[in-house]
Ligand binder design. Structure first.
Ligand code: PEP
Ligand code: MN
Length: 356
């Protein structure tokens, strides 16, 4: 499918009905009727428009709490009747879709692990055929693959689903990071260039994996003019059955939302400056992580050379590193001088570490 056709087919009416950036909130998992009702009633409907709760939980390892199952859908229906909030849950197969439909759940989201699997997405899309009114939110796949993400939207659209949106919940990263899932603002920037009409929600809870970082991420999402936030909240976060570290109370959420300001101007030089600075910070962070990884390996190499009685400085190896790096850097448009300077410094530090 042409990306333009996909973009033009997206029906934004479901998000445009809200006059402020949208907030989706509620617990990671439904645990009991009491927990669901108490959390929902404590959320301020002026600030929160859609209630969320996971009914089936995709857990990385088996034998953790895997969700309350079908009976939780009854509780979600009750939230809708008692509070007037729209309700949402995650679906990961045709059976989930069938049950969610039978309980009239307004919004279905597709989790990061499911987006990564075309078979799963196809099964969900097939089971949604004829459900044009359902709002479907697709979380980013675990790994930063824009095409896979767009592919999921195409599969849904080809079954007539137009009320679509996406959720940026961060990406898996092998390197050490302060985030549970590394946000990638630059990738989202490119994604939105391809599909400018798609509503974009940010999920600071799954990006951070803790309560403390949520505000900063939510603030960035507002400054990038995302269409809304999905934030996990729980009436008793410390005793949550899943994702306890990242859930906040409804009161904490409300205070946070009141502090956030949304920039609505469409052209703003300061905003562009802000965008580029966030991308630069993101890249700098990555460079620092890579440097740390490089130095860790240098240290190991130091021990090995010592035990094998090998001289630390190997001129031929050094010349070949320099030559290879300058060649690659030049191909990428970098100046020879800067590459030489950086690699001299790196080499110097590496030698020092090995000597130590
Ligand atoms: C969730 O929203 O609770 C969840 C499991 O999210 P993700 O698919 O982003 O891991
Ligand atoms: Mn969760």
């Amino acid at each position: 499918m042409e990306k333009d056709i996909l973009n033009n087919s997206i029906d934004r009416s479901w998000i445009d009905q809200f006059d402020r950036p949208l907030t989706i909130s509620g617990p990671c998992s439904a645990e009991s009727e009491q927990q669901i009702m108490e959390t929902a009633k404590k959320l301020d409907p002026v600030y929160v428009q859609i209630f969320r709760a996971g009914i089936w939980k995709p857990r990385t390892r088996p034998n953790n709490f895997e969700g309350i199952g079908k009976k939780g859908l009854r509780w979600l229906k009750k939230v809708k009747e008692d509070t007037g909030l729209m309700v949402s849950t995650e679906v990961a197969n045709a059976e989930h879709v069938k049950l969610a439909k039978s309980f009239d759940i307004d919004v279905l989201w597709i989790g990061a692990r499911s987006t990564a699997s075309p078979f799963t997405i196809q099964e969900i899309a097939d089971s949604l055929e004829g459900e044009e009114d359902k709002i479907i939110l697709v979380k980013n796949p675990i790994h930063p693959d824009i095409e896979l993400w767009i592919g999921a939207l195409e599969r849904l659209l080809s079954k007539g689903l137009k009320k679509l949106g996406v959720i940026h919940r961060g990406f898996y990263t092998y390197k050490t990071s302060k985030y549970r899932n590394q946000p990638n603002w630059n990738l989202l920037f490119n994604f939105r260039k391809i599909l400018p009409r798609i509503p974009v929600i940010c999920d600071p809870s799954h990006i951070c994996g803790n309560k403390e970082g949520i505000f900063e991420i939510a603030e960035k999402a507002y400054r990038f003019r995302y269409d809304g936030l999905m934030i996990e909240s729980h009436c008793d976060p410390d005793h949550a059955w899943s994702d306890a570290k990242q859930q906040i109370t409804p009161v904490y959420l409300l205070n946070m939302l009141k502090k956030l300001t949304y920039i609505t101007t469409t052209f703003d030089k300061k905003k562009d400056l802000y965008d580029f600075r966030v991308f630069i910070d993101e890249i700098d962070e990555n460079i620092i992580h890579l440097l740390a990884d490089r130095m860790k390996i240098s240290k190991k190499l130091g021990f090995l050379k010592k035990s094998e009685d090998i001289t630390i400085f190997q001129p031929n190896r050094w010349k070949s590193i320099m030559k290879k790096s300058i060649k690659l850097g030049k191909e990428l448009g970098l100046s020879e001088k800067i590459l030489e300077d950086i690699f001299q410094l790196l080499h110097k530090e590496s030698i020092n570490i090995q000597k130590d």
